[in-house]
Design a protein around this ligand. Structure first.
Ligand code: OGA
Ligand code: NI
Length: 348
């Protein structure tokens, strides 16, 4: 009975068809033939000179990418760090089932857990994905909770997290400047900062046209820095069309999350995206979700609110937002829709 497997990694080994609880309704299937290929459509920004004489041009490029695309790609972390991260991720998902299941949990508040789909407690159709989620900042608060198998896991992942945080801080400065805010605006707003990571593992799927790795959603955090191995699967929605973001080695996909949409008062919008699966090869993707600390009150930056640009969102704490996100599930309507300002609370 294949359906008794908890993780799709193990389930996928014994099935030649997608079990019924993974099959999407006909109106909500990936329609893989209608997807365009990205090749030139996601801007690539070279951050090398961000602290050099070309600073203001790069800030402008970042601003334009955030405003028009919501997505861009860049490099910025040593290749060795990326390679070790990908290698240890693969090794983790190749551990025996029993070893992986030791850290399985469906409790979305846990700071370390292996899980499957998105939120198995609330969703009606499952997704073809397993994922290991880790909190990673401040590192010393969390690293001791992380898996110690594979043996190099903690060291390799810690290296990676520290590097991604450095890159993210540089991006947040540039994004603040590109909005005409003080360069430390985002840094201050995020307060103590939080950094979460997922290692997504999408096993090969016998019927990829019937299910998703992850259905359409926008990310609830401030900004996401995604690393993907060489197998495609990420798609972004642009002008009503799905665009496949094909992987380029050692390159990150950066996307604006819901919190920057609010802080920028809608000038930069979080982008809807999804992950599809394929018949032939497993896929690993590693998003870093950079977030405010839970107690932070998020609202549009005062500098970006005036008569012509009234506040589009009400204020809320990040923890309120985050729990709504996990409880409502992934959907075309953004979670942000629940936080839009109404006439009643426009001035609040
Ligand atoms: C996510 C996500 C895309 C991917 O984890 O939020 O959008 O390519 N992942 O795995
Ligand atoms: Ni996402």
């Amino acid at each position: 009975m294949a359906n008794t497997k908890v993780l799709v990694t193990d389930l996928s080994l014994g099935v030649s068809r997608v079990p019924l609880n993974y099959v999407r309704p006909i109106s909500d299937r990936p329609n893989l033939l209608a997807v365009q290929s990205s090749d030139h459509s996601i801007p690539v920004i070279d951050l090398q000179d961000l602290n050099g004489p070309n600073h203001s041009n790069i800030v402008k490029e970042i601003g334009q990418a955030c405003e028009h695309d919501g997505f861009f790609q860049n490099h910025g972390i040593p290749k060795k760090v990326i390679e070790s991260m990908l290698k240890v991720s693969k090794e983790f998902f190749q551990l025996p089932e029993g070893e992986r299941l030791k850290i399985y949990s469906t409790d979305t508040s846990k700071t370390v857990r292996l899980s499957t789909s998105f939120n198995v407690k609330t969703e009606t159709v499952a997704n073809w994905r397993d994922f290991l989620r880790l909190h990673c900042y401040p590192l010393q608060d969390y690293v001791h909770e992380w898996p110690s198998n594979p043996p190099s896991f903690r060291e390799d992942v810690a290296q990676y997290c520290t590097n991604v945080r450095g890159l993210t801080l540089r991006l947040l400065e540039a994004i603040s400047e590109s909005l005409g805010l003080q360069s430390d605006y985002m840094d201050k707003v995020l307060h103590k900062h939080a950094q979460h990571m997922a290692i997504n593992y999408y096993p090969p799927c016998p019927q990829p046209e019937l299910t998703y790795g992850l259905p359409i959603h926008a990310d609830p955090n401030a900004i996401t820095i995604l690393l993907q191995e060489d197998v495609p699967g990420l798609q972004v929605l642009r002008n009503g069309m799905w665009i496949a973001v094909n992987p380029t080695p050692n390159t990150f996909i950066v996307n604006i999350g819901d919190q920057i949409e609010v802080l920028s008062n809608g000038k930069y919008q979080s982008v809807l995206h999804r992950a599809v699966v394929n018949r032939n090869k497993y896929r690993i993707s590693i998003p870093t979700f950079y977030c405010p600390s839970p107690d932070v009150v998020i609202k549009p930056a005062e500098e970006l609110v005036d008569k012509e640009h009234p506040a589009l969102y009400r204020s809320f704490t990040y923890s309120e937002y985050y729990s709504k996100f996990w409880n409502r599930g992934l959907a075309t309507e953004k979670c942000l829709d629940m936080f839009r300002a109404t006439e009643y609370n426009l001035d609040a």
